[in-house]
Design a protein around this ligand. Structure first.
Ligand code: FAD
Length: 361
């Protein structure tokens, strides 16, 4: 029976573990320093919004394209996963027109004629009468918003229900993870490396191309925005963002944010927090019924470090110290919305390894 260790219990690792466990006969162990329920600066997934706002250009759209149907299914049919449908307004600022609306956060989201308009159900360009004066254009469509606390626990629960063993451990070298496999003392045949940002410090990997893209957020109890909102830019600097989304099942509303490359600071900056709240309430006054930021009821300030990577995500197989490893890290700001597409690619690489191994027997 093929035996797998998935190193990492963020959205990338848990999605791969679940998809592996759905295949009959696979023995799967998840090994991680941080598990669902933890909040730590080294663990990105709980800090995400999270929603589905495609960021890739069409040529790189495979992962997001292949993830959307599953997120949509979960929103429609599996309420306990903590995902619900929500309309989004994607706004292109006049000042961002010279860049073609391609920004640090995303190449494809603000494209005037995006590939994803054929993927989602009800994409429509907003008429000028529905746009604020400083907007060049905008679009509305139905996306999903994920309550990350619920969803990560749901993923872990789905894994456990299929026999996956979840273990707490800190691994110094990726090849060491193979020895932590369940299943009668056998080493894992394949280790899936889903260590996110920490891939830059993991022995055997030490990927110097990985860097943090710091995202500061404010989580509030106000849930009356009705639509999610994201703008292509702000007047407060290139690393400052403006977005809002209301999480499913009482998860509150996330106000964002920032995209600060190379910044490892785990502490919320108070000035940034005020600026985030001001931008959000200006964009969506209905959040506080017109009472400005005084009307916001704060649950917590947050900082998460998106696992960005020069050259983009790494999904590759590699033999390291005699252990087959499939890497799946470096998802920057799209780890949820690409999770099922990436897991699909990981499983294809696993099949290739199994074929190589069989051919040598
Ligand atoms: P992580 O969640 O960081 O998980 C890494 C795992 O590896 C952890 O379990 C960790 O303990 C383990 N690990 C690492 N090293 C070791 C080791 N040596 N030994 C043992 N275990 C180890 N994405 C979206 O799709 N949509 C959004 O709307 C969105 N919004 C975001 C907003 C913010 C503010 C931020 C910060 C991110 C957002 N993202 C969003 C991005 C998304 O959160 C990330 O891409 C995703 O969470 C990365 O998940 P991961 O599983 O790869 O990494």
């Amino acid at each position: 029976m093929p035996n797998f260790v998935v190193l990492g219990a963020g959205v990338s690792g848990l999605t791969c573990a679940l998809q592996l466990a759905k295949q009959e006969g696979n023995v799967v162990t998840v090994v991680a320093k941080h598990m669902p329920g933890d909040y730590d600066i080294e663990y990105t997934s709980p800090w995400a919004g999270a929603n589905f706002l495609p960021m890739a250009l069409e040529a790189g759209s495979r992962y997001e394209r292949r993830t959307w149907p599953e997120l949509k299914r979960l929103a429609a049919e599996v309420p306990e996963a903590g995902i619900h449908f929500q309309k989004v307004h994607v706004m292109r600022c006049k000042k961002d027109e010279p860049t073609g609306f391609r920004l640090a956060l995303s190449d494809g989201l603000f494209a005037p004629d995006p590939w994803y308009k054929a993927v989602v159900d009800d994409y429509r360009e907003l008429p000028a009468s529905e746009l604020p004066a400083h907007m060049h254009s905008g679009a509305e469509w139905t996306s999903v918003c994920i309550n990350t606390t619920m969803y990560l626990c749901w993923l872990a629960g789905q894994c456990a229900a299929r026999g996956v063993v979840l273990k707490r451990a800190v691994v110094g070298h990726v090849a060491e993870a193979a020895a932590l496999a369940e299943g009668g003392g056998r080493r894992a045949d394949v280790v899936i490396n889903a260590t996110g940002l920490l891939a830059c410090r993991l022995g055997g990997v030490m990927d110097a191309a990985v860097y943090p893209a710091r995202g500061q957020t404010v989580l509030v109890r106000n849930e009356n925005a009705n639509t999610m909102y994201v703008a292509s830019g702000t007047d407060d600097g290139a690393d400052q963002l403006c977005y809002t989304m209301t999480r499913a099942a009482g998860g509150g509303t996330i106000l964002g944010g920032t995209y600060q490359k190379g910044n490892w600071d785990p502490n919320p900056d108070p000035n940034t927090a005020v600026a985030i709240m001001k931008r959000a309430v200006e964009a969506q006054p209905q959040l506080t019924g017109g009472r400005g930021i005084e009307g916001l009821d704060i649950i917590r300030h947050g900082v998460g470090l998106r696992p960005a990577r020069e050259g983009g995500v790494r999904i590759e197989k590699e033999l390291i110290d005699g252990v087959w490893v499939v890497h799946n890290y470096g998802h920057a700001g799209w780890g949820y919305q690409g999770s099922y597409g990436c897991a699909e690619h990981v499983l294809e690489l696993v099949d290739e390894i199994v074929a190589i191994t069989k051919s040598k027997l």
